[in-house]
Write a protein that binds this ligand. Structure first.
Ligand code: KIV
Length: 275
């Protein structure tokens, strides 16, 4: 089986953790997108996206909450099933929801097992040294773990809002130590969110496991975006987001045209009607 991943490369039939590690070693960048439903998952699979994340961002992007702390385990379980049933190639990672692992290794394993049963192939959890026992326990239970450092949205209240993390020396050293601790505990990759480029580069160089950046500059081994931001559906205009499409405008245009056609009795036409 060809084990390459990355833009333009012919890839394996199924993306495994080892393919991300191969990509890091070969210096090939890989892509992760959030996905929560059948049609986005299939489109991303066809586009060759290597990793699909059923993020707790489903709470803010789909369910209308203002923070991921409101996303529940049941929400993530439901959407994980939808994505997992729809694709076969990408690696499927699901978030452990706020409150499902901070309480200790036993809770982390219980919720992790349920996400794996729903179709996830790995789980992601936020935090550094303080969650090392949970990471170890999950890995020992056979559940692969993706870490998440920097701005960790489930701690938005403790972090006083959405802010770049690790700007001063002490905070940068702390984050680098956390990354090493997660690697040591068995994590197979780490998301770095909202950290200065130089810090992401330093962590990426030091770690043997891949880093996946969001607002962390171009030196990470992979990149991740929330799909509705990437495709211009959410209207989110963060500095780190490039809109690769303008779906919001396109959807509005289509809906307006549909309404106009209905009002003008020009839709449905004879070709849409049954004799
Ligand atoms: O839930 C999510 O979408 C995430 C990404 C921002 C990495 O955790």
């Amino acid at each position: 089986m060809n084990s390459s991943v990355g833009a333009g490369a012919p890839g394996p039939a199924k993306i495994r953790i080892r393919h991300l590690q191969d990509a890091k070693r070969a210096g090939r960048a890989f892509s992760m997108l959030t996905s929560y439903d059948q049609y986005s998952a299939k489109a991303f699979e066809r586009a060759g996206i290597e990793v699909l994340l059923i993020g707790d961002s489903v709470g803010t992007t789909v369910l209308g909450h203002d923070s991921t702390v409101h996303t529940t385990h049941e929400d993530i379980r439901l959407f994980t099933g939808a994505v997992a049933r729809s694709v076969s190639r990408p690696l499927i990672v699901a978030d452990l929801a706020f409150g499902t692992y901070q309480t200790g290794p036993a809770d982390a394993i219980r919720h992790g097992v349920e996400l794996i049963r729903a179709g996830a192939e790995a789980v992601k959890l936020e935090g550094g040294h303080e969650i090392v026992p949970q990471v170890r326990a999950l890995v020992e239970a056979g559940i692969p773990v993706m870490g998440h450092l920097g701005f960790t949205p489930q701690s938005v209240n403790a972090l006083s809002g959405h802010r770049v993390q690790g700007r001063d020396h002490q905070a940068a050293d702390r984050l680098a130590d956390d990354a090493l601790a997660l690697q040591e505990a068995g994590a197979f990759a780490i998301v770095l969110e909202l950290v200065p480029r130089s810090l992401a580069q330093r962590v990426t160089e030091v770690l043997q496991i891949p880093t996946i950046g969001i607002g962390a500059g171009p030196d990470c081994d992979g990149q991740v975006l929330v799909w509705q931001d990437m495709a211009g559906l959410s209207g989110f205009e963060g500095k780190f987001v490039r809109r690769f499409a303008h779906l919001r405008e396109e959807l509005e245009r289509a809906a307006r045209e549909y309404r106009g056609a209905v009002e003008g009795r020009e839709y449905p036409g004879p070709e849409h009607s049954f004799d």
